[in-house]
Design a protein around this ligand. Structure first.
Ligand code: SAH
Length: 395
């Protein structure tokens, strides 16, 4: 029985009826009960008809919807949801794949579970709650993952400390939730390449799982080229490039990242003098570099986390791409990305268009990249399409 009821203003039920999973605080006319952050609430239209069930939060997104049919969100309900996410990964060939044992099992809105991320690293799952609602039931979720993945996953690490809403003040601490702790790092396989991942100290859940397909594409194009991997982090793109390139340079401002990139290249290729990792700020590196590179990767962190930062973010993408487009060798390829959710595909493409026009060079679009199938886009929630990329040929 769910005893907190949220009533929407007249007309505000339309987006919920189109299955958009966010209900904004401005759409609410009346609340029966006094919901606390993370409580389960039911949402009704102004005429009293049921619309949805979700987790309450006091911010501008007041309800994150996980069901559009009336339900009791108990252990069985979430088991069915996670089974459905797991079956989908099995059907796309990502789970149970001898060449790849790192993938995303649950991708928030993309899997109808807004506020929940679960990544798989070999036999460890890393859970990240972005809402109090999922954090409160983290232990149950961990047990469900272990139960349904039958031996493939033996323990679950909670990494929600940095992702829960600050105001919720839940006192979350990262750590293991279920079964035997497996240490904090492992060597995982992605398309048969080895990567050392540390989920305790690494960024996000430890690895940028979402670039798998784009790394594969880069590997193909790197044959015989001199590759510059900017914002390299664990050296994901560098390792794939090493398969075919004549030289690979990884640049990152964090010394821990460049050391890890070096380590990952060594794991796959031994002491190979074709690779060099450089600790430097990307903007100053690009400003000072010569015209030495014929394949450049630009995969910066999200420049905009909120709508308010959009215009500054677009300026950042412009500045970065303008230098790369100016300095890349004739006939070179630029792999350029934005992972900012608030930057639309259209905004990003226009920004690159302006940078290309200013460079005065002939630029062709070879590929338009996105996120892989284990980061599915919910068709009713266009905001879930966050990763955008272009492969450009620059004469
Ligand atoms: N391409 C990576 C992910 C990049 S994450 C992959 O495939 O895994 C973004 C990286 O940019 C982080 O490692 C961060 O340390 C680095 N970074 C952030 N600001 C930077 C700057 N100004 N110059 C260079 N690197 C920066």
């Amino acid at each position: 029985m769910i005893d907190i009821q949220i009533f929407l203003k007249s007309g505000k039920e339309l987006s919920v009826k189109r299955f958009h999973p966010w209900i904004f605080s401005g759409a609410i006319s009346k609340i029966n009960g006094s919901p606390k952050e993370g409580d389960v609430v039911e949402v009704f239209a102004s005429d009293g008809s049921y619309l949805a069930t979700g987790h309450w939060s006091p911010g501008s997104i007041a309800v994150r919807v996980f069901s559009f049919t009336q339900c009791i969100p108990d252990r069985n309900f979430f088991t069915q949801k996670i089974i459905s996410a797991y079956r989908y990964r099995l059907s796309t060939g990502l789970a149970d794949n001898p060449s790849t044992n790192v993938f995303r099992l649950v991708h928030g809105e993309g899997d109808g579970l807004p506020g929940l991320i679960i990544d798989i690293y070999g036999n460890v799952a890393v859970l990240q709650a972005h809402s109090a609602g999922f954090w409160h039931i983290r232990v149950m979720l961990a047990e469900i993952v272990i139960e349904i993945m039958k031996g493939a996953v033996v323990s679950v690490y909670d990494k929600s400390e940095g992702t829960l809403p600050f105001m919720a003040n839940l006192g979350a601490e990262n750590g293991y939730l279920a079964e035997t702790p497996q240490g904090n790092e492992a060597v995982v396989l992605e398309n048969d390449f080895k990567f050392k991942v540390n989920w305790q100290t690494g960024q996000k859940t430890g690895f940028f799982v979402d670039q798998r397909d784009n790394r594969q594409l880069l590997s193909k194009y790197s044959r015989g080229r001199t590759v510059l991997n900017m914002f390299g982090y664990t050296g994901g793109f560098s390792v794939y490039a090493m398969k075919n390139a004549s030289a690979v340079y990884t640049v990152d401002s964090s010394p821990a990242a460049t050391a890890l990139a070096d380590e990952n290249v060594r794991l796959n290729f031994g002491d190979d003098t074709r690779h060099k990792a450089i600790t430097s700020d990307a903007f100053s590196f690009l400003r000072d570099m010569e015209q030495d590179y014929d394949l450049i990767v630009l995969d910066p962190p999200a420049f905009a986390k909120h709508q308010k930062a959009l215009s500054n973010a677009l300026q950042g993408y412009h500045r970065l791409n303008a230098i790369a487009l100016k300095k890349i060798k004739p006939g070179g390829l630029l792999f350029t990305f934005s992972c900012s959710q608030v930057v639309s595909r259209e905004d990003f493409r226009k920004t690159i268009f302006v940078a290309a026009a200013n460079s005065g060079r002939v630029v062709r679009i070879l590929h338009q990249m996105s996120q892989p199938p284990d980061h599915p886009v919910n068709i009713y929630h266009p905001e879930s399409e966050y990763l955008k990329g272009l492969v450009l040929h620059v004469e």
